[in-house]
Each structure stands twice: as C-alpha cells, then as structure tokens.
Write a protein that binds this ligand. Structure first.
Ligand SMILES: N[C@@H](CCC(=O)N[C@@H](CS)C(=O)NCC(=O)O)C(=O)O
Length: 71
C-alpha cells in the first residue's frame, strides 16, 4: 500500500504516538517528518502555518485507502 500521509511530529511525544498507533492498528502506511520540540521547531512560523497552536502532531494527507469496517 502506498504511503498515505505524513505525520509531522516527534517519535517520543505521546500525542504523536497516538496517531502512529492508530495508523499501525489500521495498517495505514505513513512517513514521519521528525519535529524536535526540544529545539522549539514547532514554534517556527513556517510550522505554525500548518499547526497554528505550535504543537505536534499534525498530518498532511495524500490519499486514504478505503478501509474495512471496524469489528
Ligand atoms: N490537542 C493536541 C495537543 C497536542 C500537544 O499537547 N502536543 C504536545 C506534545 S504531546 C506539544 O506539542 N508540546 C510542545 C508545545 O506545546 O510546545 C493533541 O491531542 O494532539
């Protein structure tokens, strides 16, 4: 399955992991764009153009596959 979205976040952040967990559960492939919140990368104006609160994560979607229904 082709990559469907980009997860902009930090691997150690629970908020980022929550999204990654759901993607893994649903077998939705994605790529991680690593944002270092310790360096304040989430507060840069270029980042806040996408996530105005200056927090991780956010996603950019390419295309979502049709998914089977949840049990
Ligand atoms: N409502 C947001 C909250 C996101 C959030 O609190 N992210 C934290 C990391 S878990 C963050 O970006 N902290 C750094 C900051 O606020 O500058 C969500 O649930 O995703």
């Amino acid at each position: 399955m082709a990559t469907t979205f980009t997860l902009h976040g930090m691997r150690l952040s629970t908020c980022t992991r929550r999204v990654a967990l759901i993607a893994k559960e649903r077998n939705i492939p994605y790529v991680l764009n690593a944002i270092d919140i310790a360096k304040g990368e989430q507060k840069k104006e270029s980042y806040k153009e996408h996530q105005p609160f200056g927090q991780v994560p956010y996603i950019t979607v390419r295309s979502f596959p049709s998914l089977p229904s949840l049990p």
